[in-house]
Ligand binder design. Structure first.
Ligand code: NDP
Ligand code: GDR
Length: 370
């Protein structure tokens, strides 16, 4: 039975990947951080009591800033594959915590690679590094592929640039099987609530249900190549099943603006929006609502701009060219952008319908997701 170790197992990708690898018959080990509240919501359905026989899913306390901890876990697990998904992954937050982000996202990768090397596992253990389209940053060329020059635009992007190159360096210097997956944005119903897709699908549901008045956003002109996380974790695994280690772009090849995303999410609920005005004065208003259960008046301003959500330096346009991956890994995404937004909106509508039902019934909902 193959053993995999996942850092960031409690995150969006970690949860989908753990599920995927368990289905493939792996023994899966995950590193989770100690926190004052439970932080395993996304993987609770996979949990196994550690006293069970034939345990195939195990969690270890750890942190990418702690070399000794990482070394001990790797020594104990002796993994065939390591997926380094752990990171401070929010681009805007990285401007507020640049040193921490550099430590975890940049040096954290070095700590893992060096632990594998020092433990004499360079031949046995294959490593996947979660690289990102944020490496491209300021537009140099489109669509972006494995040969497009990097120009990161945030402390997050710069930290991930270090992680990208240290992965390449360990591959070349020590002959390690280490791959970079340069993944473009990927989302799902379990996406973190402060990333723009999920922020929008949650707010659309809440606004339609009368639980929220306004959604404040930043740059509506930014364009991203959005895919589904379920498709993307499959590509991570495929990279480690090849004969030779390499770096791959994973993307859909379709780009959409934040403004278009907002319109689409509301349209899924039968709410038609129109944007008017420019810059900070731009607003999104309701034109019509075909669902009689949602009492949204015509002309209601539901989208407004808050400059606090603007970034000091922005990545304007991402669109990926995944031809290498399609050809070599025989990978292609199953979900379209429409499927993705529909699934996310439906999931959030269900979540808040339940919440509203409980609140209207006078029950205390104790919702930590809000
Ligand atoms: P999430 O933010 O959902 O998950 C990040 C994970 O990293 C969480 O499990 C988090 O733990 C963990 N983590 C944070 N800090 C540390 C630390 N100091 N030590 C150990 N673990 C830590 O991210 P995603 O699942 O979306 O992304 C997975 C990886 O892929 C990240 O590295 C991200 O940068 C990268 N990436 C993501 C893309 C996307 O569009 N989703 C695109 C390209 C790259 P906790 O739950 O406790 O916070
Ligand atoms: P991104 O994702 O920065 O691309 O990083 P995010 O969803 O945060 O932003 C996408 C774009 O939307 C614009 N935007 C807003 N973003 C947020 N979060 N909140 C807002 O209110 C808002 N308004 C407009 C942003 O300016 C940006 O242009 C994600 C993360 O998962 C990274 O870890 C990963 O590496 C990249 O995707 C690929």
């Amino acid at each position: 039975m193959k053993k995999a170790l996942i850092t960031g197992v409690t995150g969006q990708d970690g949860a989908y990947l753990a599920e995927f690898l368990l289905e493939k018959g792996y023994e899966v080990h995950g590193i989770k951080r100690r926190s004052s509240l439970f932080n395993t919501n996304r993987i609770d359905h996979l949990y196994q009591d550690p006293h069970e026989k034939d345990l195939r899913f195990r969690l270890h306390y750890g942190d990418l800033s702690d070399s000794m901890n990482l070394t001990r876990i790797i020594q104990e697990v002796q993994p065939d594959e390591i997926y380094n998904l752990g990171a401070m992954s929010h681009v805007k937050v990285s401007f507020e915590t640049p040193e921490y982000t550099g430590n975890v996202d940049g040096l954290g990768t070095l700590r893992l690679l060096e632990a594998v090397r020092l433990l004499g596992l360079s031949k046995k253990t294959k490593i996947y590094q979660a690289s990102t389209s944020e490496l491209y940053g300021k537009v140099q060329e489109i669509p972006q592929n494995e040969n497009t020059p990097f120009y990161p635009r945030s402390p997050y992007g710069v930290a991930k640039l270090y992680a990208y190159w240290i992965t390449v360096n360990y591959r070349e210097a020590y002959n390690m099987f280490a791959c970079n997956g340069i993944l473009f944005n990927h989302e799902s119903p379990i996406r973190g609530e402060t990333f723009v897709t999920r922020k929008i699908t949650r707010a659309a549901a809440r606004i339609a249900l009368g639980m929220q008045d306004t959604l404040f956003l930043g740059n509506l002109d930014a364009r991203r190549d959005w895919g589904h996380a379920k498709d993307y974790v499959q590509a991570m695994w495929l990279m480690l099943q090849q004969d030779e280690p390499d770096d791959y772009v994973i993307a859909t090849g379709i780009t959409t603006s934040v403004r278009e995303l907002v319109v689409k999410a509301f349209a899924e609920l039968g709410v038609e929006l129109e944007f008017k005005g420019k810059g900070l004065e731009e607003t999104g208003k309701v034109i019509s609502c075909s669902n009689p259960e949602f009492q949204l008046e015509k002309g209601k301003e539901v989208i407004k701009i808050d400059p606090d959500y603007h970034r000091p330096t922005e990545v304007d346009l991402l669109i990926g060219d995944a031809s290498k991956c399609r050809k070599k890994l025989k990978w292609s995404p199953k979900y379209s952008f429409t499927d993705l937004i529909k699934e996310m909106v439906e999931a959030d509508l269900k979540l808040f319908e339940r919440e509203k039902y409980l609140r209207d019934g006078g029950h205390d909902t104790l919702n930590y997701n809000e």
